[in-house]
Design a protein around this ligand. Structure first.
Ligand SMILES: Cc1cc2nc3c(=O)[nH]c(=O)nc-3n(C[C@H](O)[C@H](O)[C@H](O)COP(=O)(O)O)c2cc1C
Length: 303
């Protein structure tokens, strides 16, 4: 019997749905036992979000400041595979998920254990993967896979729909805009990755698991988006350090700067990013041997 542990946090339930579908065939198989553990912040983050709250979590997300989470109890000390289902907040692992992963109290379950990270995000997840991968190395986990579910619509469309979704809790499709987040079709087809997990267990070999995930489209990645992310994270850190100096999340003294950050971010997204996107795509094609290798390395977890 193979023991699979799924640790997840999800405000809308999207990541739970993806995890369920991904593991649907294993769940019906008597050779596998799947346990789900939810990460629960002591003080839950609002969903749907209010605008100020949404932008106010940026500093703590980017600087990796932990929140308090309810104790997570594990029935076993060892699992054959751990799946970490998480989302991205401001190019960083979400605060609740990061608070769990950073907690040394839980590091024993990761020691020498195979881990697959499962991302459900808008479209910018690479910078967060680097942090997560570093932490997994630190605690002795074997990071054997990374499966990514994103919104595949145009960047600006996906910004508009995610704002609608986050602020209303309604995923759409809306009158003039498509469904927000990961499409229902992609969620429904998530079981194809579960089949790869089953094969890897049957062959007792996870060595080529990630390349198989990549070959069936499990790591959508775009060079221009990746470079945008890299630059944006640097800018976010500057704002985060400024805002956090004004006090903790609840401190109203932060609000003025948080609102300035919101306006700055919307300006970056809608006025600057379309232009730099074209520039970064040009760089991608001009330096193709180097840039395509970079993308391939990230996909294959050679970070
Ligand atoms: C505060 C906040 C910041 C976010 N920042 C990003 C981001 O930087 N990159 C990204 O791809 N998605 C971002 N998202 C979208 C989430 O990664 C995720 O797809 C969405 O919140 C749904 O996740 P859920 O499973 O928790 O409902 C953000 C969401 C929130 C709430």
């Amino acid at each position: 019997m193979k023991e699979i542990l799924v640790i997840y946090y999800s405000q809308s339930g999207q990541l739970k749905e993806i995890s369920n579908n991904l593991l649907s065939s294993l769940a019906k198989n008597v050779d596998y036992n799947i346990t789900y553990k939810e990460i629960e912040p002591v003080k839950s983050y609002p969903f749907p979000w209010k605008s100020d709250d949404f932008f106010n979590v940026m500093p703590e997300s980017v600087l990796g400041v932990k929140c308090e989470i309810n104790e997570v109890d594990f029935e076993k000390n060892n699992y054959d595979l751990i799946i970490l289902a998480h989302q991205i907040w401001y190019l960083s692992p979400s605060i609740p998920f990061w608070s769990f992963l950073q907690d040394d109290k839980y590091k024993h379950i990761f020691k020498d254990t195979k881990v697959i990270t499962l991302v459900g995000a808008r479209n910018m997840w690479v910078m967060a993967l680097k942090d997560i991968s570093k932490r997994l190395k630190e605690i002795g986990a074997k990071h054997v896979g990374n499966i990514v579910f994103i919104d595949k619509h145009n960047n600006l469309i996906s910004v508009l729909t995610i704002i609608k979704w986050m602020f209303t809790a309604k995923k759409g499709p809306y009158k003039n805009l498509p469904e927000a987040g990961v499409s229902t079709k992609e969620i429904n087809y998530a079981s194809k990755y579960g089949e790869l997990i089953k094969t890897a267990f049957e062959n007792n070999n996870f060595e080529d698991f990630q390349s198989k995930v990549v070959s069936i489209g499990g790591v959508p990645i775009n060079f221009a988006v990746k470079i945008t992310e890299q630059n944006a994270k640097r800018i976010f850190k500057i704002w985060a350090n400024k805002i956090i100096k004004k006090g903790e999340m609840e401190n109203p003294k932060r609000l003025l700067l948080v609102r300035a950050f919101k306006n700055y971010l919307l300006f970056l997204i809608f006025a600057i990013s379309p232009i730099v996107h074209i520039l970064f795509m040009l760089i991608f094609y001009l330096l193709y041997p180097i840039t395509s290798k970079k993308i391939s390395d990230i996909s294959l977890l050679k970070l």
